[in-house]
Design a protein around this ligand. Structure first.
Ligand code: FAD
Length: 465
């Protein structure tokens, strides 16, 4: 076997872990962390505290060249390979037992081009870091609702959030990406270079290679925009949700309105409408007036706020290290019976940290053609998922059962589709449900770019045979 880790694929005997570590320690600018090292136990943890995996080594990359070296050595060992951006994947796919974790969290360079309204962002950035860098220029693009999430996994799976209905998914704003393929080649995916690869990574997840940097289109925004929570007592949630449904269906693209059932620290159950208006504050005041006037909110916290502050406002609900389980599905409509099922489900939540989420999609997301990118399910109106959150392992069974029961109760109202980034370890049928008719083309491209399925610890697309 070639001793140069930059060498292309070789089909000799697998490289031993010891030899792999030695090579990486020589060639990697970043660090190699083994199970006996200080810091290993912290480094193997991911956002979801239920995940308890022990990789053989964690490879902290500092540059795209490091990623090339890591991929070549990893491939030569034959060990499982996990790829980690922000570590937020609910199923813990970015860490593995006995394999190698290629970690990008130290790759955080970000460069905004305010004239062109673009940004080149390395794959280790969190949403908060990304938003801070782009907002320094009064610009933004769609990212998710928890500032601790990684831009990499989020963008590769699709990426919706408060700006999605106005500007499309994160992956719709992705202009190009720098990628290390399974054979160690570094390539660009853009409209002009490897356009089929760009198509595939706009929703197809980590199946096609390791992205080291993304270039996105940006849009003027803020820095202050209208947003915040409208809180209603659970007792009135049924009529509020019915009004919300009709309001949301007719709202302009600038409005993003998520509905979340939660329990206040004092124990009171609430329906929170999480609102953002992605446009001038005065226009937002007008557009949101009917929603704010309905019923008797316990609190109206909608106000002009810094966009970066709004983007971090849900962080306390999603603290790193707690135990989490969710099961998601898309909805097109929200009939009264679905509202009843949501309310009944939340009323049965065993512990107060848990949530029931309706994340609004549609708008610009739905106007992109169904086969224009790998992301499926563009016709959905909401992503619906019970979020089980708890702290004691003794509660695992009860908490997981609650979320699954809620999902089953909502099943009659679902489209059958699911967001790949909200999938747990749920089997091939559910991966196919995430991509619908796009699965077949993804499978062909998987065979082209990763025929041996090196990148399989993800929502895995099987290479076409
Ligand atoms: C609290 C919370 C809130 C969320 N909110 C939203 C939201 O508002 N909108 C939304 O769209 N999603 C949301 N998500 C889902 C989120 O998009 C996924 O969890 C996503 O995988 C997170 O990306 P990450 O880089 O942190 O994940 P990681 O766990 O690091 O990676 C997940 C997977 O992505 C792939 N991957 C990661 N980095 C790379 C890379 N550089 N190259 C190739 N493949 C890579 C790998 O397959 C990996 O297994 C949320 C998740 C959480 C936990």
């Amino acid at each position: 076997m070639d001793t140069n880790p930059m060498a292309p694929a070789s089909h000799g005997a697998p490289l031993s872990l010891d030899a792999a570590v030695e090579r990486l320690r020589t060639h990697l600018a970043g660090d190699v962390l083994l199970p006996d090292a200080d810091g290993y136990d912290a480094a193997r943890l991911v956002w979801n505290g239920i995940i308890d995996k022990r990789p053989a080594a964690i490879l902290f990359c500092k540059s795209a060249e490091d990623v090339v070296q890591a991929v070549n050595v990893a491939r030569a060992t034959g060990l499982p390979v996990a790829v980690r951006g922000g570590g937020h994947n609910i199923a813990g796919a970015s860490v593995c037992d006995g394999g190698l974790v290629i970690d990008l969290s130290r790759m955080k360079a970000v460069r905004v081009d305010p004239k062109r309204r673009t940004v080149r962002a390395e794959a280790g950035l969190t949403l908060g870091e990304f938003d801070t860098a782009t907002q320094a220029h009064g610009l933004a693009t769609t990212m998710g609702v928890n500032s601790d999430t990684g831009i990499a996994g989020l963008t590769l799976g699709g990426g919706f959030g408060r700006l999605g209905r106005k500007h499309g998914l994160a992956c719709d704003n992705l202009l190009s990406a720098e990628i290390v393929l399974a054979d160690g080649r570094m390539v660009t995916a853009s409209a002009t270079e490897n356009p089929d690869l760009l198509w595939a990574i706009r929703g197809g997840g980590g199946n096609f290679g390791i992205v080291t940097a993304f270039t996105y289109r940006l849009h003027p925004l803020g820095p202050r925009i209208l947003g915040g929570l409208l809180l209603h007592d659970f007792a009135h949630a049924r009529e509020v949700l019915r009004f919300y449904r009709d309001f949301a269906a007719g709202a302009p693209d600038e409005v993003s309105a998520d509905a979340v059932f939660l329990t206040m620290p004092e124990g009171q159950r609430m329906l929170a409408l999480s609102i953002c208006y992605a446009g001038p504050v005065e226009d937002g005041e007008r557009a949101l007036a009917p929603l704010r006037a309905f019923g008797t909110p316990v609190a109206d916290m909608i106000a002009p706020v810094a966009y970066t502050g709004l983007q971090a406002s849900a962080d306390p609900l999603f603290q790193r290290g707690r135990r989490y389980y969710w099961k998601a599905q898309f909805l097109k409509l929200l009939p009264d019976a679905a509202i009843d099922a949501l309310m009944d489900g939340f009323a049965r939540a065993p512990l107060p940290l848990s949530l029931m989420v309706l994340q609004q999609v549609g708008g610009a997301i739905a106007r992109v053609g169904g086969d224009a990118t790998a992301y499926g399910n563009r016709d959905a109106a909401y992503d619906c998922f019970p979020v089980s959150i708890w702290e004691s392992p003794a509660e695992d069974e009860r908490q997981i059962a609650w979320a699954r029961d809620c999902w089953t109760a909502m099943r009659p109202f679902g489209t059958g589709g699911v967001y790949a980034n909200n999938l747990g370890d749920e089997g091939e049928d559910r991966v196919r449900a995430a991509y619908g008719p796009n699965y077949a083309r993804l499978s062909v491209l998987k065979a082209k770019y990763d025929p041996d399925n090196l990148f399989r610890l993800n929502q895995n697309i099987q290479p076409a045979r």
